[in-house]
Design a protein around this ligand. Structure first.
Ligand code: ATP
Ligand code: MG
Length: 566
């Protein structure tokens, strides 16, 4: 851990910042930014970048700008802008009073392009996209100069102005940097700075522009205009750094941020490319961007993951330059650890089997006081009604028990958690021979105490059949059936979608919850004892039944429950 409880662990980027501060660089300032393109929802990989950038600002008394990198208007929209703001806020970070947009700088970017033209460092090129590709060369072969490379400054200025004025159709011309067509770094072979795009309504600038700057040109200038000190990005931009520096070295701007690359997060059993996530949404493989199976922040939130758990995960995976794929269980463990401490306990029966307690008075109802958390008294208690008919889970009864089975069997005893010990007297079956009801007796002397000389090993959960609330419960499994869908697809010559897990969602429509859960609000998360952690969805089923999403399973649930019963 860092110097205090709330700061994140150190890493090579923080070490660079420490050195910069020690050397008195940037006047002691630390300024970062998180620059999403609003062309999709944020995912867990973005959470890593958010925690890094905002975490550094927090721990160094610096600033972190939220900046929309909005230079591709045909793929972007305001829904994505709003979802991104929402997700960053939800993760627990704030960006001050201003949201930044690269599009705020379109006029300045244009003027800097004019400066490059005037210096003979940019030119208007009329090659088609295909010709441009052919002229670019390959990793092993140098490129060839464009025949338009030596246009005069005056002609370039005139053409660029007319590009802006809308005189040329899409694709007719681009503005390119004049760097070096023989550079071993392909990014420096006269990269495109501006392209023409008619007929798109930009979510911020409307129809004002028909030329749009490229990312590699826009990004360094946006960083510099905002006085960013450390521009943190993922490793695939390492080869773009010379271009980042070239742009800033060749325009008149007083600030030159340092670009530092780190490795992106890859997570098992999912995909993280926005193109693929968009495809899963658009083609209906999931219910939407916030489907609880998606690796999106919106999906994790809907599933019941907490911001603290996601931040903890990001701290634990750390920041480095080596590519790696993180196990899903690490993320799930962070969620479990957080919810174990914070989620109140409740009882819910997911596969109901009716139990009639024959010696319990027909019209009697007892209100039992039950702690909301076994280790934390400050979470208080709630009242649980007990009566003659209860539901238990069908899995908690076996006519023919497997070895070491400690739950209910014909003639056997079990403790109903927080209540009495019952004995199974009779098993009632339907015409198909399926168990549909149990007739039991209870021992009134066993409320909260074990009977002398009888060791009751099993403890099971239950709800009052007269008081329970009905619910639909959704159990989620991994979205893909293999740890690395992209690698599997490449290896077998298939599509990554061929590896979607057909059983990633299982819906249980007839579940019963203890009555206080009727008052839960969407987003509330509870531990359903012995079943896992569950979060109330904002949507309801068509008939109005509440929907509960399983956030994560319990580990070791058996061991814990059995101890409590002794
Ligand atoms: P695109 O393919 O649309 O560019 P992207 O995942 O790079 O997708 P951006 O919106 O450009 O999405 O990302 C915003 C920031 O989040 C960038 O700084 C990017 O480096 C970072 N980021 C994106 N994916 C990951 C990831 N898997 N791990 C860590 N950081 C990431
Ligand atoms: Mg990107």
């Amino acid at each position: 851990m860092g110097s205090n409880d709330t700061s994140a662990p150190s890493n090579f980027i923080r070490q660079i910042i420490d050195q910069d501060l020690a050397a008195g660089k940037n006047g002691g300032r630390v300024a970062t930014r998180f620059p999403p393109e609003p062309n999709g929802y944020l995912h867990i990989g973005h959470a890593k970048s958010i925690c890094l950038n905002f975490g550094i600002a927090r721990d160094y008394n610096g600033t972190c700008n939220l900046r929309f990198d909005d230079t591709n208007p045909h793929k972007e929209n305001i829904e994505f802008v709003e979802s991104i703001k929402n997700d960053v806020r939800w993760l627990g970070f704030s960006w001050g009073d201003k949201v930044y947009y690269a599009s705020d700088y379109f006029e300045q970017l244009y003027q800097f392009a004019v400066e490059l033209i005037e210096k003979g460092l940019a030119y208007v090129c009329d090659l088609s996209a295909e010709e441009t590709r052919a002229y670019r060369g390959t990793l092993t072969q140098p490129g060839k100069d464009s025949p338009y490379r030596n246009r005069s400054v005056a002609e370039n200025l005139d053409l660029f102005r007319r590009m802006r004025a809308g005189e040329f159709p899409d694709g007719a011309r681009v503005l390119r940097a004049k760097i070096d067509m023989a550079s071993p770094n392909i990014n420096l072979r006269d990269p495109t700075l501006y392209r023409i795009r008619h007929g798109v309504i930009h979510h911020q600038t409307g129809a004002e522009w028909c030329i749009y700057p490229m990312y590699d040109y826009t990004h360094p200038i946006s960083d510099a205009l905002e006085g960013i000190t450390h521009s943190l990005c993922t490793l695939e931009f390492e080869d773009h750094r010379p271009l980042y520096d070239w742009v800033l070295d060749n325009i008149t701007i007083p600030c030159h941020p340092q670009q530092i690359e780190f490795s992106r997060l890859n997570l098992q059993y999912t995909v993280m490319s926005k193109r693929k996530l968009t495809q899963l949404v658009d083609e209906g493989f999931v219910e939407g961007w916030d489907d609880p199976r998606m690796p999106t922040i919106a999906g994790m939130r809907r599933r019941g993951y907490t911001p603290a758990a996601v931040r903890d995960f990001c701290d634990r995976i750390g920041i480095s330059k080596s590519d790696n794929t993180v196990e899903m269980s690490l993320l799930e463990n962070c969620v479990r650890e957080d919810l174990n401490v914070h989620a109140p306990r409740r009882m819910a029966v997911l596969r109901p089997l009716k139990v009639v307690i024959e010696n319990y008075p027909e019209d009697q109802v007892e209100m039992l006081d039950c702690a909301n958390h076994p280790q934390d008294d400050s979470m208080g208690s709630r009242q649980l009604p007990f009566c003659r008919e209860v539901y238990i889970d069908a899995e908690d009864f076996r006519e023919v028990p497997p070895p070491k089975y400690k739950r209910l069997v014909p003639g056997g005893e079990v403790r109903l958690r927080n209540a009495y010990v019952i004995r199974c007297e009779q098993v009632i079956k339907n015409a198909q021979g399926e168990v549909i009801e149990l007739r039991c007796s209870y021992d009134p002397a066993t409320l909260g105490v074990n009977p002398e000389g009888r060791k009751i090993k099993g403890v099971i959960h239950w709800v009052s059949a007269r008081h329970a609330v009905a619910a639909e419960v959704r159990l989620y499994d991994r979205l893909f059936s293999v740890p690395n869908p992209d690698a599997a697809a490449a290896k077998e010559g298939k599509d990554y979608k061929d590896f979607l897990n057909a059983d990633s969602l299982r819906t249980l429509t007839r579940c019963y919850l203890e009555p206080v859960l009727a008052e839960a609000r969407p987003g509330d998360t509870f531990q359903f004892e012995r079943e896992g952690y569950f979060c109330l969805d904002a949507q309801r089923a068509a008939d109005g039944t509440a929907i509960w999403n399983r956030t994560v399973t319990l580990r070791d649930s058996w061991a814990k429950i059995e101890q409590q019963g002794d």
